[in-house]
Design a protein around this ligand. Structure first.
Ligand SMILES: [Zn+2]
Ligand SMILES: [Zn+2]
Length: 348
């Protein structure tokens, strides 16, 4: 009997569901930690009292605090390449190529895009509070949640000649065009910053990535929206973890069930073999007819052993017990009828 082994599909389903479940759990824990930290983080106003608060805080530093202020450049701001009146502190220009790619296994053209050019520029900036007090923002590109405002978007469609079209059909890639996008964090935008807030020795206030590895956030949304977004993300990742863990458990149960059925069949065959051997040894106590080694009584499969079993219910006597055990399916090799039982054959 074949040894039990996992099929490729079973191994793929089991491995994929457990790996995705693990990844979702990691993201759930990360978001949950951020929500807990946000709940416990002090919400601080940027005003004249902030320096006094930090001066009396150990290390002149708050590990994780929430501040809200208006973006103000520390020096000369950046200017939009397409609207000269728009100024900002972060600038992103991206050119994406859109194309259709022929997929041979599904026989369809599918959309595909790739980034041809990406450039991010920034100038130092501050978050200004209700009065002239301002907090300098460090490493804004390391922060998560900062979706900048789109200031320009244009799709440049490509026109094709006859030879281009022929070339595209031969290569399996059709160019649709290029999308040019400009995004900016504009001067005057209200930003919520969450991170390590500290007072420097020269008296400047700074917001920077937390030294304990907690999530550094800069967002154009207010604190409540930001917290709700994190909470929704936590719920989604938790649900995904459970769904993929259940899928993994289902795949594991399926493999377990298959293993049990395999073992059960093995036990049944062993039991049948023992019963056959018992009946055979009992029969050997009586004189056996010489016809056992007769050429006409030779097993039709191995052509060497005598036929010594009756396949039931069809009743054919065509093979030896060893060959019967080696049959890939329990079907009679003569009439293809299913074998319900096997009985030893005694010629006396
Ligand atoms: Zn045989
Ligand atoms: Zn038969």
């Amino acid at each position: 009997m074949d040894r039990f082994s996992l099929s490729f599909t079973e191994a793929l389903c089991l491995g994929t569901s457990l790996a995705i479940s693990g990844l979702c759990y990691y993201l759930y824990r990360k978001n949950k930690k951020t929500v807990d930290k946000l709940d416990n983080a002090p919400h601080i106003n940027i005003d004249g009292k902030l320096k006094d608060t930090l001066e009396v805080t150990p290390g002149a530093c708050l590990q994780y605090a929430v501040v809200e202020g208006v973006v103000k450049p520390a020096g000369e701001p950046l200017r939009s390449q397409f609207h000269k009146d728009i100024v900002g502190v972060l600038h992103k220009l991206e050119v994406r190529e859109h194309r259709l790619v022929w997929t041979s296994y599904s026989n369809i053209w599918s959309d595909d895009e790739r980034v041809l050019h990406k450039k991010v520029s920034m100038v130092p900036f501050l978050l200004r509070g209700l009065d002239e007090t301002a907090v300098r923002v460090h490493c804004p590109l390391q922060a998560s949640g900062l979706n900048m405002e789109m200031t320009y978007e244009k799709f440049h469609q490509v026109s094709h000649g006859f030879f281009d079209l022929v070339g595209q059909y031969l290569s399996g890639v059709k160019l649709k065009g290029q999308l040019e996008i400009e995004e900016m964090l504009k001067v005057g935008t209200t930003v919520t910053g969450v991170g390590e807030l500290m007072l420097d020795t020269d008296g400047t206030l700074n917001l920077r990535p937390p030294s304990d590895g907690a999530q550094y956030i800069l967002s154009m949304a207010d604190y409540d929206t930001l917290r709700n977004e994190c909470k929704v993300a936590t719920t989604v990742w938790k649900a995904m973890t459970i769904i993929f863990a259940l899928a993994g458990a289902a795949a594991l149960c399926w493999v377990g069930l298959r293993y049990y059925q395999h073992q059960k069949l093995r036990w049944e065959r062993d039991k049948e073999r023992r019963e056959f051997e018992r009946q055979w040894s009992e029969a050997r106590r009586f004189p056996v007819q010489d016809g056992e080694n007769n050429q006409e009584n030779i097993c039709v499969i191995c052509l060497s052993q005598p036929r010594n079993c009756i396949l039931l219910n069809c009743g054919h006597v065509c093979c030896c017990y060893t060959c019967y055990q080696a049959l890939p399916q329990r079907r009679c090799p003569i009439c293809r009828q299913g074998i319900v039982r096997v009985q030893p054959l005694f010629l006396v």
